[in-house]
Design a protein around this ligand. Structure first.
Ligand SMILES: [Zn+2]
Length: 90
């Protein structure tokens, strides 16, 4: 299976690691509510269909990016670079 890194192009799946659901909004860093942070880190809905996810090209450029992956077929339909602030336009 090949994954297209937005910076390096198509590479083998073994060069990448999954980083989690990119659709869950992260609390502000100044937010000290432990329950809100626990929900952000651990609670997931595990939906069927296309999901925006963080992926890391760990054995390549070592840059995080967004991939749109079908959770049933595992086919990745698109990848997108992150902005400097870690966000990505939809
Ligand atoms: Zn890369």
């Amino acid at each position: 299976m090949l994954i297209t890194c937005p910076h390096c192009g198509a590479r083998d799946r073994a060069e990448f690691t999954y980083g989690g659901d990119a659709s869950v909004p992260r609390p502000e860093l100044s937010d000290l509510d432990q329950e809100r942070w626990a929900d952000y880190v651990y609670l997931r809905t595990n939906p069927r269909g296309t999901l925006r996810e963080f992926w890391h090209h760990v054995a390549g450029c070592r840059i995080w990016f967004i991939a749109e992956r079908d959770t049933v077929s595992h086919k990745i339909s698109a990848t997108q670079a992150l902005d400097d602030d870690g966000s990505a336009e939809r």
